[in-house]
Structure formats: C-alpha cells, structure tokens
Design a protein around this ligand. Structure first.
Ligand code: ADP
Length: 289
C-alpha cells in the first residue's frame, strides 16, 4: 500500500500559493502532516480526497491514478473533514445507516451489522439512539471516524481531528486513531505537535505550501540532540536574550519565562541542556522560515 504525491501545485484565484511543488511518499501506517494554520494542509487533504483539483502534479494510490480516476479512489477512501457536517436532529444509528446506504451498502442485514460493529468500535453503541446534536465534541469526532471507516477504506484522511477536544476526549480519540494505521494508509493533518508525537511513525512538516521536512519523529528529535538548551529568565530580559541567542521558543514555567535556544554548544553556564522534543524541531523549522 502506497500513496505517491508528485510535484503537486495549487494557486488559488486570489493569488495564494497553497501548494508549491509538494512531493510525498506515504506508506501503510499513521502519517502526520504537521503545519500551522494556513500552511496548506486542508488544500492537500481535499486534493488527495478528490474534492478539488491541483493546477499540476500527480497522485497515485497503489495502481489508481487519483486525478484521472477520482471515482476509483473514492471507493477505497475514508475521509473525516475538518468540519464534519451539521449534526442534525437524528440519532447516530440513523445517520450512520443513511451514510452506509449512500456508500453502497444496500443489503439491509449487512448494513445493520456494519453499523453496529462500527458504533461498537468507536464506543458509541450505548448512545446510538441519542440525537447527534446532544453529543460532546469528542463523541462527534468519534462518530466522524465511524462514518469514515464505512466500507473498510484503504486510505483514511483525518483533517485536524483533535482541535477543540479537551485533554480527556483527546486521549480517548488517540486510542481510537492509533488502531487505524494497522491496515490502511492513514494521513493525520494537524497543527498540534502532540498528535504527531503520540500517534505517527512518519511525518512531514508543511509551511507556506511547501514540504519543509520529512522523516520519523524519533529521528527528527535525535538529530537535534546536543543542540537544544533552556534557561529561565525574567520576562523583561526576553529581547536581550533574543538579540544574543537563537531563541526558538518560549513558555511560562512556574511563573518564570523559560526560553529554548538552538546552539552548537552550551551558550553559557546558566543554561541547561535539554532533551530535544518534536516540538523543538518544529519550532526550529518555523524559526528558520
Ligand atoms: P491549512 O489547512 O494548513 O490551515 P489551507 O489549505 O486551508 O491551510 O490554506 C492554505 C492557504 O490557502 C491559506 O493562505 C488560505 O487562506 C488559502 N486558501 C484556502 N482555501 C482557499 C480558497 N478556496 N480560496 C482562496 N484561498 C484559499
């Protein structure tokens, strides 16, 4: 199983270059596409999902030429868009049954079994007869996954799935997502570094429509070892430190401002060496662009 994206470009009519020569090879498992708001993630996800066309480039999934045969891709695609629909005044069971019908699962018995199994899988079986508009954000996202899994997709795309979830809901959702990569190509688009470090075996960082880095999260972290230092400072000293050092990020910690600095060796005795995190690598890339 393999998704190959080659030289994909897209400029919107207002002149925004949302994708600039994007090439990626994505294999079975969970792939994280990390980028800030406006980086081009949704444009890429919508293009792979055949909802919009690029200006140029190619996409192949196994032996499907996606841009030439969008209908073939749709048969093997499960898609959870960034804003998954309106939650109408129907129950989870009713809506999932309806979507299953539209996806071509027309045999009643088979459809009932499929819907039940999926509701069990996403842990919504006990509330299947409750109206969706009464669901919490996490429950709605789990419903979104259930509909994306209808028809056993080989390519699953989830766009910003954890935005807006509280930490408990996010954890529950991670548990569910982590199972998906076992027998499909799963692309998880997100601006949340933790989503990628928790779930993904491979990743890319995208910014201004360009691929800035690809690799395995642990290797990307490892490449930064011995280059990341931190020190707590007074808030009013920040500019001074920024002038003197390559400050890649800052955060409050126990009421002090903790700054993270990129350097080839210990800047001075006040700094501590920090074990690099994926977030440090991400901030480094952002600070360079
Ligand atoms: P992300 O999902 O990473 O936030 P998007 O793909 O939504 O990024 O957007 C990438 C860039 O393209 C942004 O600058 C955005 O404002 C612009 N953009 C997105 N959709 C459209 C559109 N339909 N028309 C014009 N510009 C768009």
């Amino acid at each position: 199983m393999k998704l190959e994206i080659k030289n994909l470009s897209k400029t919107y009519s207002n002149g925004v270059k949302a994708l600039q020569d994007v090439s990626l090879t994505i294999e079975k498992g969970m792939f994280g596409l990390l980028g800030q708001n406006g980086a081009g993630k949704s444009t890429l996800m919508r293009t792979i999902s055949t909802l919009q066309d690029p200006d140029s480039g190619q996409i192949n999934f196994n032996d499907i030429n996606v841009l030439k045969k969008p209908e073939d891709l749709r048969k093997v695609l499960g898609y959870l868009p960034q804003e998954f629909g309106v939650y109408p005044n129907v129950t989870a069971d009713e809506l999932l049954t309806h979507i299953a019908d539209m996806k071509g699962i027309v045999n009643k018995g088979e459809r009932k079994d499929t819907v039940e199994a999926l509701l069990q899988k996403v842990n919504l079986y006990d509330v299947r007869d409750k109206k969706l508009d009464g669901y919490s954000g996490g429950m709605k996202q789990r419903f979104g996954i259930a509909q994306a899994l209808l028809g056993n997709p080989e390519l699953i795309i989830v766009d910003e799935p954890t935005a807006g979830l509280d930490p408990m809901e996010r954890n529950r959702f991670y548990n569910l997502l982590s199972e998906l990569g076992e027998d499909a190509v799963v692309i998880l688009s997100t601006h949340i570094v933790e989503d990628v470090s928790t779930l993904c075996t491979d990743m890319a960082i995208i910014g201004n429509g360009k691929v800035m880095l690809t690799g395995k999260p642990n290797e990307i972290e490892e490449a930064m070892r011995g280059k990341i230092y931190e020190v707590p400072i007074d808030r009013n000293k920040l500019t001074e430190y920024q002038e003197k050092y390559n400050v890649i990020s800052q955060r409050f910690f126990a009421g002090k401002l903790m700054i993270t600095v990129l350097a080839d060796e210990l800047p001075d005795g006040k700094f501590d060496t920090k074990k690099p995190s994926l977030e440090d690598a991400y901030f480094k890339i952002l600070s360079e662009n």
